[in-house]
Design a protein around this ligand. Sequence first.
Ligand code: SF4
Length: 343
Amino acid sequence: MNKNDDILVSVEHLKKYFHVKGMKGPGVQAVEDISIFIRRGETLGLVGESGCGKTTLGRTILQLHEPTSGKIIYDGEVIFDGENPWKPGADGTMTEVKVSKPKQVNMLPYRRKMQIIFQDPSASLDPRMTVGEIIGEALDIHKLYNSKADRADRIKELLSTVGLNTEHANRYPHEFSGGQQQRVGIARALAVNPEFIVCDEPISALDVSIQSQVVNMLEDMQHELGLTYLFIAHDLSVVRHISNRIGVMYLGTMVELAESYELNRNPMHPYTQTLLSAVPVPDPQLSRSRQRIILEGDIPSPMNPPTGCRFHTRCPHATEKCRMEVPEFKEYAPEHWAACHML
Ligand code: SF4
């Protein structure tokens, strides 16, 4: 990929497999050979059906899951570099071979710079801690204050940044609505002055009425604080509103990536075309004239993904080549990548 601009985060050939007890082979192949970059100050949206690996990709970049192999580079520093221990044997089955230990750095300084906002705010906040304690915990781990008064002031400042009252610091998570709980989750992520935030479906557990408030707040904070986001969602209509560029994932692979407007105007990959056909349009006439593409069959298991193009079992254009060969993720137009033999 061409990377002429100011890249904050990039991954190269990243894979994440989850071992399954009692099962031979690599297990769940949740992230398969993904190479992307995120520019400083931009929002990269990530979409795909549930189970496609987008959350795993976000968490693997943060090394909340240890990568199986590939490279992760943060602000020019390689923070993970590991060789893939799984090689296809002569009969095509994957065999584990001995590889050298991956290069890994101490993540504590990077934990400050790279944060996450979780999908379900009620599950991600400890019910036994007050909001002040939850936000203060991150300040304590990274020793980000000089005195107790500084700590209390910083907690108040963070609460008001996310639109909560300063006296909310003494309350417990269950005393808040879902939208307010997510604001606490955002304040916790902001506490350490991060540069990069993985927003892992931050609004999907919220009422529709407050989703836009949270999205607007995230956008405002990005402009004020110069944040870089990886914004994960299953709803393309949300992602295209907030993202500069959008990546589309299918069964652990990145199938298309382009600037947001370009992806909406000129989707190249058959899977992206399917996703876009399902996005409602406000114009009733246009809506009637548009044909919704319905995919046949269920999404296959990442424990036993299809050979060749992973989408071939559901793609209306699949050929023998698609069943045999993995399509290369290539730049077909400036800043527009896709993985499809048909292109
Ligand atoms: Fe469909 Fe083949 Fe393209 Fe995969 S490579 S999306 S199966 S046409």
